[in-house]
Design a protein around this ligand. Structure first.
Ligand SMILES: Cc1ncc(COP(=O)(O)O)c(C=O)c1O
Length: 514
């Protein structure tokens, strides 16, 4: 994904726009179809805000359309606030001003489950926080299905917060700067990993501001511009973005599917390691995002063996590991790495088990490597906030209970969404993932980006399939979280069906979007 203040070449934008004309459906003008697709790329993050787009002439050549078409599309986007012209330095992507969010006012019920809010990409007021009615509904509410993340457990968070505040004074005499994190939290993480079968001591743990922060720190230490990074395909978009921001080159290895169950092709992974000697390999073995796949014990052993053979350090993202819904998964992949071999760095966080807003994560790495990474962090954010770490320590005491309650709710919602989709959109293939937060749906036709555009008009914020891959793959797929309340899921499915219908009949123009 092109990042802040980056220049996007016409060829690259044309690749991102692949299928823009067909996606729009009959009856939509070329300029509206082009503008709608560019706004959809911005909406789901494939195109970053703050990117300089190619000139009208360059893009027209790359897309093989008249310059007038691009000029008109850019004009529509400028009117909608998606593009701005900067004197002397071209045209840049921008964030349209968002409707006023009502999500900050209303308290969340204990069962609060909605991830809704102002997106800035659709002309709707957001549903009030966690399902409360909006204070002032001036249009249809926006349902945010772009994030697959849990609601916060209100009572446990409140209790942990109170405990943390009570304990804070004991830490005030110190500097508060500890690059590795509070010893009590490192102990708690190490104990939990050990209990899962990955023997860990606190001196192998660094606390970070979430798992993605841990990945960024690893990338900074181990990946140089031009290096290759092995990734599953599809994968977590944040990992793809990070590879690109590091100016490294992704080496995507396709996930497999047998009898509807997604998995990993160890031979393909080993072949990619041999052929391209990646600087690191990034894997999500438990409830992989977005497929929900779980790696078997045999595959874990084989992947670690292949990485050791080819000298490829592994980054194992265990963020979603504990969110199994049907049965526990095998021990963490790192447990198969014994003595010497290539380093296996395990990352995790409380974002999926408790709440993403806490921004508490960790990495487990061999001590020498951990010290090296910690050294580099000293010039970055220095250390993790003490108060949040104290909250996390308190939450660890209740983690089993919190996760058990989430599981109970999520199992129900997974089935609810699958049933609702089976009734309203029977042509979609909706798997039953063994854990995680979302369905990776096969739409049967490559219309994901077009659906995301149509859904935005119906007040649903979605991430299109290609957001989870490199090179425009997965246009036939859609990730749909089941984290919302049953009522909100029903509403979302009804709107999705409506959006899907409009695609067949021809998508309306962007003018109605902005
Ligand atoms: C696989 C995966 N890794 C990492 C993250 C980011 O986690 P954190 O909030 O702990 O940074 C996510 C969030 O969606 C994720 O799905």
């Amino acid at each position: 994904m092109p990042g802040m203040d980056e220049h996007l070449g016409a060829g690259s934008l044309a690749r991102l726009l692949r299928g823009w004309r067909e996606g729009a459906g009959a009856g939509t003008s070329a300029q509206a179809a082009l503008a709608a697709r560019i706004s959809a790329l911005l909406a789901d993050g494939r195109l970053a805000v703050g990117t300089r787009v190619p000139s009208e002439r360059e893009l027209a050549t790359a897309l093989d359309v008249g310059r007038g078409t691009v000029a008109a599309a850019y004009e529509e986007l400028r009117e909608g606030g998606y593009l701005v012209r900067r004197r002397g330095s071209g045209t840049w992507t921008s964030q349209p001003s968002a409707p006023v969010s009502r999500t900050d006012a209303a308290p969340a019920p204990l069962d609060g489950a909605l991830h809704v809010g102002a997106t800035g990409f659709a002309p709707f007021a957001p549903i009030g926080a966690m399902g409360a009615p909006p204070a002032q509904a001036w249009g249809r509410e926006v349902i945010d299905l772009a994030h697959a993340a849990p609601w916060a457990p209100m009572e446990a968070m409140a209790e942990a917060g109170a405990r943390a505040l009570a304990e804070l004074p004991m830490h005030l005499a110190g500097s508060g700067y500890d690059v590795l994190g509070l010893p009590a939290l490192r102990e708690a993480v190490a104990a939990r990993l050990s209990a899962q079968g990955l023997r860990t001591t606190a001196d192998e743990i660094m606390i970070t501001a979430g798992a993605q922060h841990a990945h960024a720190l690893v990338a900074r230490a181990l990946v140089r511009p031009g290096d290759r990074v092995l990734l599953e395909q599809p994968t977590y978009p944040g990992a793809i973005d990070l590879v690109r921001h590091t100016s490294a080159r992704p080496v995507p290895v396709a996930m497999t599917e047998h009898d509807g169950t997604p998995g990993w092709d160890v031979e393909a992974i080993a072949a990619a390691m041999r052929a391209s000697t990646p600087a690191v390999g990034y894997l999500v073995p438990d409830h992989q995002n977005p497929t929900g796949a779980v790696m078997s014990a045999e595959t874990r052993a084989a992947v670690v063996a292949a990485a050791a053979r080819h000298g490829v350090p592994l980054v194992v993202d265990d963020c979603l590991r504990e969110m199994w819904l049907d049965a526990p998964t095998p021990p963490p992949l790192g447990a198969w790495s014994v003595g010497g071999g290539t380093p296996v760095i395990t990352t995790g966080s409380l974002s999926k088990t408790v709440w993403g807003g806490l921004r508490i994560g960790w990495m487990r790495a061999p001590r020498t490597l951990l010290r090296r990474i910690a050294g580099a962090r000293a010039s970055d954010d220095i250390s993790t906030p003490v108060l949040e770490q104290l909250v996390a320590v308190a939450l660890f005491d209740r983690l089993d209970e919190i996760i058990a309650e989430s599981r109970r709710v999520l199992v129900h919602r997974r089935e609810h969404l699958r049933d609702a989709l089976a009734r309203a959109l029977p042509e979609w293939r909706t798997p039953r993932p063994p854990g995680g937060f979302s369905l990776w749906i096969d739409l049967g036709v490559p219309r994901s980006s077009a659906l995301v555009e149509a859904a935005a008009r119906a007040g649903i914020h979605l991430a299109a399939g290609p957001r989870f891959g490199t090179g425009g793959a997965f246009e036939q797929y859609l990730r749909l979280p089941y984290t919302l309340s049953p009522d909100a899921l029903d509403d979302a499915v009804a709107r999705l069906a409506e959006a899907w219908d409009t695609l067949g009949a021809g998508a309306p123009t962007l003018t109605t979007v902005v």
